[in-house]
Design a protein around this ligand. Sequence first.
Ligand code: NAD
Length: 473
Amino acid sequence: MNTPTTSLQAQLDTMRAAFARGAPDRRQRQRALLGLARALRTHQEALLQAVDADFGGRAHAETLLLELFPLHDQIRHARRHLRGWMRRRRVRSPWFLLPAKAFYEYQPLGVAGIIGAWNYPILLTLGPAIDAIAAGNHVMIKPSELAPRTATVIARIVDDAFAPEQVACVNGGADVAAAFSDLRLDHLFFTGSTRVGHLVMQAAARNLTPVTLELGGKSPAIIHDSFDLERALARILTAKLMNAGQTCVAPDYVLLPAGREAEFEALARRIVAAMYPGLAGNADYTHIVNDAHHARLLALVDDARAQGARVVDIGPGEEGVSSAQGRIVPPTLLFGTTDAMQVMQEEIFGPLLPVVSYRTLDEAIAYVNDRPRPLALYYFDDHRGRQDEVLARTRSGGVTLNDCLYHLAQHNLPFGGVGPSGMGQYHGFDGFVTFSKKRPVMVQRRLAATALLRAPWAQRQWLLNVMLRIASR
Ligand code: NAD
């Protein structure tokens, strides 16, 4: 019987057997990464079209800037630094183990599994795969079923670039994803919602499979009163409206000094109109991925309005957008929201921006700290002392000061959440480490002091006394 479980298990067995015949060396890994870069270029047009079709309208520029550019950049970085990352590193031995030598090195784990989300369907599957391949693993990828055309092109890219026992792509629905997370993998890397994150970790726990969970949350953007509001807003709205807000690190809501609301609204209208002169028929403005998410966002607005929020559609030109023009949700500000509103309880994942007014910085920090730890935190302020204070008094997966999103693109910084926004990290060296075992090795010499550390203990009591005296000095 060919259930998802049996065919996935057969795939895993093939890959594990291939890995057992020998893990890829540095040159093989670099060649594999180069092959992936070539296949990405060959299929670039197909990828742009597929993502566009999956969203019912996704700006090609966004796919190029936010998915393909980062993947090529990540491949280049990994290929260039792989030799250094793989280097064996010597460490000093403690006095009681001298003259032994000690070192550690990063060893591939075996077969890693990757489950991706739909919002950046190329980046969130092939990005972790690059780190896993650089670390010398074989990799099974399960793209999201909510971006099915893109998933088909990813499968073609994987087929073109790799031997099937080295990297494989399996497609299918949530049942396949669930069976995938049940596999006895050597590492399971999941990007998606906190809700499904729980299920993935439960399934992995049954096999003691280590997990990295890249989840979401409500990422705040705090604007200090002293900061140029126009500069802050241009950056916040750029980040919020890329992919129509369907970004894990998009600013979810703004904390704004009380009394600046009218100025905020006027500036926001101007900035949005400059970026998107119209929404309907504008290929730069990405649509909502499916009807369910579209309806969810409209319901969030209705619920907030019904409970007394002031809802301001800042989409330029049109008086509202009809559903005949596609799944468009206009950029929308929400003032006067409360915790009772659904929009303040769940990650928005769309172009709605609640604006929460605060009186003191203490109040803004307390607001953030009263809520689950977010994936990202943004703070706009040029004052070093206050920047340090906000950093010291808050917790989040990552931070960008005076801008949004871009900490994610720093090769030399780890990327990942904390608490309900995720666990573990990747990107650059940190991704290489995530998919490796940092294996310690000690090399004993012919003559070793440890020869004294054995029974009969009555004759060695003096030695233990000396050791304890030295260690407890
Ligand atoms: P989702 O959790 O609904 O789905 C993610 C993946 O889980 C899909 O590929 C799906 O096939 C799979 N899945 C579904 N049921 C499963 C099960 N029972 N067991 C195992 N896998 C299962 O998330 P989504 O809607 O695709 O993505 C949106 C969420 O992802 C948001 O919360 C967003 O913040 C988060 N996200 C996080 C990051 C990050 O890097 N931290 C990046 C992008 C998105």
